[in-house]
Design a protein around this ligand. Sequence first.
Ligand code: PLP
Length: 483
Amino acid sequence: MCANEPFILSDSKESQDRLSEMLGETLDSVLRSIPDGSAFSGIDPYVLRERIQALGFLPEEGRRFEDVLGDTARDILPNLLRTWSIDYMPHLHSPALTETIAAELIIACFNDSMDSWDQGPAATELEVCMIKGLLKLYGLPETGDGCFTSGGSQSNISAVIAARDWFCSEKLGWDVKMNGLPPEHRKLRLYTSEISHFSMDKASHILGMGYGAVRKIPVDSRCKVDLKAFEKMLEEDVAAGLIPFCAVATLGTTDFGSIDDAAGMRRICDRFGMYLHGDAAYGSGVIMSRTYRDRLGGVSLCDSVTVDFHKMFLLPISCSAILVRDPALLECFELHADYLNREEDEEEGYINLVGKSMQTTRRFDALKVYMAFQTRGAEGFSRMIDIMIDNAAYFYGRISKDPEFIAPVEPEISSVVFAVQGGDEVNKKVRRRLMSDGIVIGQTSMGGRTMLKFTLLNPNLDAKGIDALIERIRGIAAELRSA
Ligand SMILES: *Cc1c(COP(=O)(O)O)cnc(C)c1O
């Protein structure tokens, strides 16, 4: 692109015409890059690496946009992962609803930022409204608060910071913000299940407590926190002089989709004066189902809740929120700068959201939730979530009666962990073989054994598709065993 081209979107007609043209060409390239319904081109990683490395880094002179798009369309687009494929099911990684792709265009065009009112007036007001609505949706007090974040990991880390600061202030009379960790910090303990998300360990490290401060509670046969073991662990730890400050209920574990009993954990946390966070990064979508929403149990009893919109809600990455029961909890992020969020602004009615977030410059992700909620309605979301949950139940129902398969845990949401007969090597090879055919499924382990995993987020998958996958896997497994 030459420097005299109108290259910034503005009120000038040339810039607007040029953007329309570029967007038209870009969308054409994207659509032309979709050869069929498969999830992946199947390209060899070495071949792909060579092609990508040959693209170059920073040319001396700028090039025509059409040429850059041409290179991108040749080497990058065909080898991107196609999240919309019904053959893609390894992770909590969803396709994007079409209206939210349009929302991303709006977000990029305006490029407003959430840190202060003067960087995003309507954006700030809409985020505040969406947070209010979300508090109500999850049964938290409307006097609570919240903030959009970059993802479940950041929402979880934010919650653990809030929990630690609250606990140190309330129970130890210590202001962490001003004074750093309290003298007894080596004794602080966080409790979460042995199959909870690794962002808990990361949070503990980042907070200066280390992995050792995370106590892993055993799970029962349905992969939920064993409440008796949790209570016993707390009694022993307290007797040993340790200081439990927080527990995390996983409301939808990453592998199994199992939902911890938040109400049971709440009772135990109250007995020990602890904070309870609900990590619903996966399970948050279940609240939208009219049929299955009760499965989330005591989500409303948590002090804070992580909601991920880029998983079951089918929104483009990234989009997540942290919700808190008591607005004072987010004060751990409050700090005033004369150049950004003067205290006098708030007195004059201007809201500066930077005071609730770990981030400063922040995306207007709330728009995607707004546009998706309005476009689909409660009814539309309920139907989509039901399909995901029903598909998992159907798949489990079929394989749990089939001697070829081992399926140890009945799904509560939309993930099914399973194995074929023949041991770890056969299972690993089944996944690799499927991958080279453009079918991408997950792999994990359970009790030291290699397991396969379906994470079913695609509302276009149906029973026929599942039947075909089962037969495909059966065929590959039989072939591998006889080889
Ligand atoms: C996915 C997930 C996370 C992390 O969320 P990101 O959005 O990937 O950062 C945290 N907890 C659970 C239970 C998850 O499934």
